[in-house]
Design a protein around this ligand. Structure first.
Ligand SMILES: Nc1ncnc2c1ncn2[C@@H]1O[C@H](COP(=O)(O)OP(=O)(O)OP(=O)(O)O)[C@@H](O)[C@H]1O
Length: 307
């Protein structure tokens, strides 16, 4: 398990990471989400020991980062970092050996990951001759080739075509199923929603949400929608009678009325509407992770609220 405990990082006056705490349990994929400059890469760099913290700590299975446990972490840095002129296969073997694999095991692992990421034919090409998307696949192979227990991936999906996204997604799901703890940052919230057990949202270095996608959606569901063929005038009378403040919209063909409201007296309204017509749609509007993210990121900050 990866534990981030009250981690802070200051760059001069800027608090890039501010008392941040969360965990990535074994076998879970945790999505790390935040606007540009929120502090995701800084947190990941500190976790990898590339950058020092101003305060707080990062623990890998209860221990601070060391040469030993660094070997069990697959890292894909934002700035990438492979050798452009080295052949794909050679650098993966080099990395696997660096992480302690013997020659034969390293060669086998490289062939396995190149095949899994559809790169076998590029094994003897220089990295720089590959397209950016394929270079990114090699970066993922580099993070995986020594069979890490943890994965820290900084925007692994950026710039990938849909096929590559699918390949990478499957790889991450399989790794999680075999017990690997994965933290990945991404701005592709549809992917985060699909892949992650848990989502950590940060804003200006601070934690604003740490929950399952399902729980976040449940908490963020505050709007109801009802569509009916009951006459608009009748519906408006019902709303007045029940004192429900709702916005109604009459369909283009005038045969349907839809309304959205905060869910007050939803059952009573449903019962009344059914006496006057058919209910064609009824229920809470479940927000997407993108909607929730916008709400969280655009919400007034606490200090502004308290002014
Ligand atoms: N070495 C540095 N020196 C000074 N400021 C830095 C340094 N590294 C990062 N920052 C600042 O820290 C803040 C957090 O940056 P960071 O790269 O962690 O954000 P991020 O969430 O990864 O953003 P993005 O989604 O754009 O990659 C930003 O304001 C950034 O400008």
């Amino acid at each position: 398990m990866l534990s981030i405990n009250r981690l802070s990082k200051n760059f001069g006056d800027l608090k890039a990471v501010n008392e941040l705490s969360f965990e990535v349990p074994d076998g879970e994929i945790v999505g790390f989400v935040g606007a540009n400059g929120a502090g995701k890469s800084t947190t990941m760099r500190i976790a990898m020991g590339v950058l020092s913290a101003s305060s707080g700590e990062v623990l890998w299975d209860g221990a601070p980062i060391s040469r030993d446990n660094q070997r069990s972490i697959g890292y894909m840095p934002e700035e990438r970092g492979l050798y452009p002129k080295m052949k794909v296969g050679d650098q993966l073997i080099y990395l696997a050996r660096l992480h302690g694999l013997d020659k034969a095991t390293a060669a086998k692992a490289v062939d396995h990951w190149l095949a899994a990421l559809n790169l076998s034919e590029r094994k003897n090409d220089q990295l720089q001759k590959l397209s950016l998307g394929n270079q990114q696949r090699v970066q993922l192979a580099a993070a995986l080739v020594f069979d890490p227990t943890f994965l820290i991936l900084d925007e692994p999906f950026s710039g990938l075509d849909p096929v590559a996204v699918e390949v990478m997604s499957q790889v991450l799901i399989e790794r999680a199923q075999s017990g690997v703890a994965t933290l990945f940052s991404s701005h592709q919230l549809d992917l985060v929603e699909r892949l992650c057990d848990r989502v950590v949202i940060i804003r200006e270095g601070r934690l604003v949400a740490n929950d399952t996608v399902a729980n976040l959606k449940e908490k963020g569901t505050s709007t109801f929608r009802l569509v009916t063929n009951c006459p608009a005038q009748t519906l408006e009378e019902l709303l007045r009678e029940l004192q429900i403040p709702a916005s109604t919209e009459i369909g283009k063909d005038l045969s349907q009325v839809s309304l959205t409201w905060d869910g007050t007296k939803s059952q009573e309204l449903l019962g009344q509407v059914l006496k006057h017509g058919q209910v064609l749609e009824y229920g809470p509007i479940v927000p997407s992770l993108t909607d929730l993210f916008k709400t969280v990121v655009q919400a007034p900050k606490e200090e502004e609220e308290s002014k």
